[in-house]
Design a protein around this ligand. Structure first.
Ligand SMILES: C[S@@+](CC[C@H](N)C(=O)[O-])C[C@H]1O[C@@H](n2cnc3c(N)ncnc32)[C@H](O)[C@@H]1O
Length: 406
């Protein structure tokens, strides 16, 4: 393996191997690499969904999958990078790790970043903004770290391009760094726009769920396209749309673009092949997905989003009060996100809603329910303790996914 997954102590070995690999494979020009070179990739995730993302990666046959709080790593080639960008449902971005080294001073940060072979990755007109974060580290000022990293890259590039000033008018190579316990990791962001932006939801109602969180809820419900699926508080339709995409096995990123598609060192056929593979892997079938909301405007927006996602023919939308929920089918799964009483309704209204929804569901005993709420007393008002709970974050709001499946 040319680019092994490494531990902090392996720093210089990693940098040496990386530099050698780059020089051997592409000489001194920014030219496309083939798909045999191995990289370490990092997927930042919402808290609570790391395990789901690592499952997804293993199902895609990615190697050396390992999780940390809020991120998951794997090893793969540029083809894997394209496949994961296109198909991952629950992760936020795909970052290519360029190096990792300890740094407690700005000098160490500068030298570590300058040691990376930037001139072989970034063309002379590359735009290379730097963003990142620092946790439990001596270097805690993020703006200062950004400035030092940028300066180190410019210094390295000067020796290759003989330029004092870089125009940054070309394709974007977003550089991200993480500083955790004095260990710096430097990444190129291959996704660009975050993966939750599938491209189907320019319009959204107040309090829309992030698409990656909706996909995680669908995954936890184990819905695979069989039987009835309902979201009776559908808002902009995110959960039902993610369920339809999952049922079809449609790569959620199929109809959007990614930063690495514009990179000089990535052969475009890699992306074409990954897209063709994703299309070939789609299923077709008859699905029973229902989405409703009490607000007709929300239903209209949900319909429009489903059209953009290409799944409107798979979802039956209607205006309905969830407190009158009744279905003739004996079994099915409800995955939903009612108001919490924080943003849309006040707390008492939310509590009454949970009580009435609980009463309505009491007639559908064989239906399983996966309901996201931040209300700590949800089970009390709903009238039944959950079989299982799982902590998830909806933006900054700490929630539980209340699961009823027995
Ligand atoms: C938190 S939002 C759902 C957001 C949705 N998951 C999304 O991604 O857009 C809650 C939704 O519940 C709807 N709602 C409130 N009371 C309802 C009721 N009694 N029956 C059905 N829908 C209701 C609201 O109109 C709102 O669209």
């Amino acid at each position: 393996m040319l680019f092994p997954v490494y531990k902090p102590g392996d720093l210089y070995y990693v940098i040496l191997v990386f530099e050698l690999a780059i020089y051997l494979w592409i000489g001194s020009q920014v030219e496309s690499m083939n798909d045999t070179l191995r990289f370490c990739f990092c997927i930042p995730t919402l808290f609570g969904v790391e395990g789901l993302v690592s499952d997804e990666l293993r199902r895609m046959n990615m190697q050396d999958v390992r999780t940390e709080d809020g991120r998951v790593f794997f090893t793969g080639g540029l083809g894997d990078c394209a496949r994961v960008n296109l198909s991952l449902r629950c992760g936020e971005r795909v970052l290519m790790e360029l190096g990792s080294f300890p740094a407690k001073s700005f000098d160490q940060l500068f030298e570590g970043v300058r040691a990376l072979p930037w001139e072989n990755l970034l063309p002379r007109d590359a735009a290379f903004p730097v963003t990142g974060y620092s946790l439990d580290s001596a270097l805690f000022s993020v703006p200062d770290c950004q400035r030092i990293i940028k300066k180190a890259i410019v210094e390295r590039m000067k020796s290759r391009y003989h330029l004092e000033h870089f125009p940054e008018t070309g394709a974007e190579y977003k550089i991200r760094f993480s500083l955790r316990k004095d260990l710096v990791s430097v990444f190129l962001d291959t996704s660009g726009t975050a993966l939750h932006k599938r491209g189907y939801r320019p319009a959204h109602t107040e309090a829309s769920l992030r698409e990656t969180l909706a996909a995680a809820m669908v995954k936890l419900s184990r819905y695979r396209g069989k039987g009835d699926f309902c979201d009776p508080f559908c808002g902009s339709g995110t959960i039902a749309i993610e369920a339809a995409l999952a049922a079809l096995n449609r790569a959620p990123g199929l109809y959007r673009s990614f930063a690495a598609e514009n990179w000089a060192f990535v052969d475009p056929t890699i992306w074409q092949n990954a897209r063709a593979e994703a299309i070939a892997a789609e299923y077709s079938g008859e699905y029973h997905i229902f989405a409703s909301d009490i607000d007709p405007r929300a239903v209209q927006i949900a319909r429009e989003n489903a059209v953009r996602a290409g799944v409107d023919h798979l979802i039956d939308f209607s205006v309905a009060d969830a407190c009158s929920f009744s279905r003739e089918t004996e079994r099915g799964v409800i995955v939903t996100n009612p108001p919490y009483g924080e943003r849309l309704l006040d707390q008492q209204q939310a509590e009454a809603l949970y009580r009435n929804f609980g009463a309505a569901l009491s007639g559908s005993r064989n239906w399983s329910l996966y309901l996201l709420s931040s209300h700590s007393e949800f089970e009390h008002f709903f009238g039944k303790p959950a079989d299982k709970k799982r902590k998830l974050y909806n933006g900054m709001i700490k929630c539980d996914l209340f699961m009823y499946f027995k």
